[in-house]
Design a protein around this ligand. Sequence first.
Ligand code: ZN
Length: 209
Amino acid sequence: MGHREDAVIVNTIVRQALVSAEEVMGANGLNAVLRLSGLGRFVNNLPPDNLEPGIQASEYARLNQAIEEFYGRGGRGMLRRIGKASFEYAINEQAALLGVAGTALKLLPQKQRIKFILNSMASALKKSNAQVEAWVDEEGETLAYIESSCAICHSRTSEKPICYLYLGSLGEAVKWATGKEYSIVETHCLAKGDDYCRFEVGEALDNDK
Ligand SMILES: [Zn+2]
């Protein structure tokens, strides 16, 4: 297993990431990290909204790393916020791709709602890019989102999981589906030698009824 060399990110997903990063970091912050990660061609120049290959997955990973390093101790929180903004962008701009338009989740139990949105995210990513391998795993009561083609950690190595942006989008997705904050923990990461990145949905964090 591991990352494939020729992995790419399609334009609409690059666009989603850059719009979200600008929202969180401002134009100057985004431009700085674009230059630092060798993606200066996107300064004031967003990719088009289509499914053509946009950048190499390794470039996307470098962008994530640049954001983490640029903000030092605040980097991880910044990446989570960008992930959160990415899910909001997906709901607003890519609802058709996500397949969530007109769904009535209110009548479903919490767990079914979580499963629904995680499955929607996995299939949207697979629909947008045939290289993507993502799925939802259910073990007893535990739900987890898994991707064996995760681009955030492409070509990177680390002792600990590093896909913070994913934690932000998944947390926001689960919140959208349930109305509650849930803890999401990355239990496995390709960067530390695992076969995939695995994000486990934990407990609801608030007690709102
Ligand atoms: Zn990863």
